[in-house]
Design a protein around this ligand. Structure first.
Ligand code: SF4
Length: 387
C-alpha cells in the first residue's frame, strides 16, 4: 500500500486578501460574529484530534505509513506552535510516520515570528512554505496582504535560523499594475534568498472573491494584458531555469531533490486524508469533503463530512488522473493509468489526445503523454477537457 498523505487545514488569517478563494476567515471577524471562541486555537485543535481519531477508525488507518503531512490554510503560522505539536504528536502515535516524512507548514510573513519557527522545528515540522507573493510594498497593498517585502525577507531568515533546510517561497505575477521589470525584480529578490523550492503562479480572478466583485463593477484596473502575462511566464521559466531550478509542475520549481512530495501525491492521485474545516480527502476511490465553516466543522468533528462522491468509476478515474497527472512536467504513463484506473486511456480519450497533439498542446513519447510548452501556457483550458 502506498504511503498516505495528511492535509491539515487551518482556516484562520489576519485579514482576507482580495483575490483569495481559499476557505479562510479573518480571525477578528469570526470572533466578532461569535463563530470562534477566545481560546479558538485550542478548540480547533481539539476538533482536529477528534477527527483524526474518528477517521482512523472509520478507514482502519492505525499504523498506516504516512509519507507527507501538510499544514495549509488560511495561515497555519498563526496557529500556536504547541497546538501544532499536539496534532503532530497524535499523528506520530497513530500512524507510521518515520524520519523521512515530509512535514510542511505554510507561513505568512507577519504571522511568522522567529520564536514560533524555532518551536515548529522542534515539533517536527521540516519544511516551511512562505507566502511572499511579491517584495513590492505597493503591490502587496493592492493584494490586501498584511506584510511588507522586508517582512518576507525577515521570515525567510528566521526560518533558516530556526534550522529549516527546506524552504519554499510563493511568488505571484500578473498583479495589477505590475510591470515586467517589477516581476523580474521579484524573481531576483527570491533567488537572492536561495530557497530550495519556488511556487510562481499567475494571479487569477476567482468567483466569490472581492477582486471578482470589483472586476464585475469595472473597478479592477491595471491587470496585465495577455502578451505581458505571457512574457512574465517566459521570464519566470528562463530566470528560474538558469538559476538551477527545475520546473516540475506548471507553477512549481525546485532544486534537485526538493520537489514537494505532498503535492506530487495529489497530482499522482494517491490517497490523502484532509482534516479540518472544508478539507477534502481521496481515500480508496472515494472523495469526501468537510463542513467549511470552522464552528460548524468543530461541532461535527467526529464526522464532519458534508459531501462524498465515488470516483473509482473507470472513466471518471481516468479523466481525473489525466487532469491531475498532466500538470506534472513528466506527464503520465498511459500504461500505468490503464492499470490503476481499470480502463484504456486510448479507448476513452484517444480522439481528444489526437486533437490536442495536432494542435501542438500535448506530446506523446515512449507511452507517456505530457503537456507541450504551448499546452503548459494554456494548461487550464487543456486540462478542463478531461472532466
Ligand atoms: S493569507 Fe492566504 S489564505 Fe489568508 S486570505 Fe490571504 S491568500 Fe487567503
Amino acid at each position: 500500500m502506498k504511503p498516505l498523505s495528511l492535509y491539515i487545514h487551518i482556516p484562520f488569517c489576519i485579514a482576507k486578501c482580495g483575490y483569495c478563494d481559499f476557505n479562510s476567515y479573518a480571525l477578528d471577524t469570526l470572533l466578532e460574529k461569535g463563530h470562534a471562541e477566545e481560546d479558538w486555537a485550542r478548540r480547533y485543535a481539539d476538533a482536529l484530534t477528534e477527527e483524526i481519531k474518528s477517521r482512523t477508525e472509520a478507514f482502519s488507518l492505525e499504523g498506516r505509513e504516512v509519507g507527507t503531512i501538510f499544514f495549509g490554510g488560511g495561515t497555519p503560522s498563526l496557529f500556536p506552535a504547541e497546538e501544532t505539536r499536539r496534532i503532530l504528536d497524535l499523528i506520530a502515535a497513530t500512524f507510521d510516520s518515520g524520519p523521512d516524512c515530509e512535514i510542511t507548514l505554510e507561513a505568512n510573513p507577519g504571522a511568522a515570528e522567529a520564536e514560533r519557527f524555532g518551536a515548529l522545528r522542534e515539533a517536527g515540522v521540516n519544511r516551511i512554505s512562505i507566502g511572499v507573493q511579491t517584495f513590492d510594498d505597493e503591490a502587496l497593498k493592492r493584494l490586501d496582504r498584511v506584510h511588507t517585502g522586508d517582512d518576507a525577507e525577515r521570515a525567510f531568515r528566521s526560518a533558516r535560523e530556526a534550522g529549516f533546510a527546506n524552504v519554499s517561497l510563493d511568488l505571484m505575477f500578473g498583479i495589477p499594475y505590475q510591470t515586467i521589470e517589477a516581476a523580474a525584480h521579484d524573481i531576483e529578490c527570491a533567488l537572492g534568498l536561495g530557497p530550495e523550492h519556488l511556487s510562481a503562479y499567475e494571479l487569477t480572478i476567482e468567483p466569490g472573491t472581492a477582486f471578482h466583485a470589483r472586476q464585475a463593477r469595472g473597478e479592477l484596473n491595471g491587470l496585465p494584458d495577455e502578451e505581458t502575462a505571457l512574457r512574465m511566464w517566459e521570464l519566470r521559466d528562463s530566470a528560474l531555469g538558469d538559476a538551477g531550478y527545475e520546473r516540475y509542475e506548471i507553477s512549481n520549481f525546485a532544486k534537485p531533490g526538493f520537489a514537494c512530495r505532498h503535492n506530487l501525491n495529489y497530482w499522482r492521485r494517491g490517497d490523502y486524508l484532509g482534516l479540518g474545516a472544508g478539507a477534502h480527502s481521496l481515500m480508496a476511490g472515494k472523495r469526501l469533503w468537510n463542513h467549511a465553516r470552522p464552528d460548524v466543522y468543530a461541532q461535527n468533528a467526529a464526522d464532519p463530512t458534508v459531501g462524498k462522491e465515488r470516483v473509482d468509476d473507470p472513466q471518471k478515474a481516468l479523466g481525473e488522473a489525466l487532469m491531475l497527472g498532466l500538470r506534472v512536467k513528466e506527464g503520465v504513463s498511459l500504461g500505468r493509468l490503464a492499470q490503476e484506473c481499470g480502463a484504456d486511456p486510448e479507448e476513452a480519450f484517444g480522439e481528444l489526445f489526437r486533437e490536442l497533439e495536432n494542435s501542438g498542446l500535448v506530446a506523446r513519447e515512449n507511452g507517456r503523454l505530457r503537456l507541450s510548452d504551448k499546452g503548459t501556457l494554456l494548461a487550464n483550458q487543456v486540462l478542463a477537457k478531461f472532466i
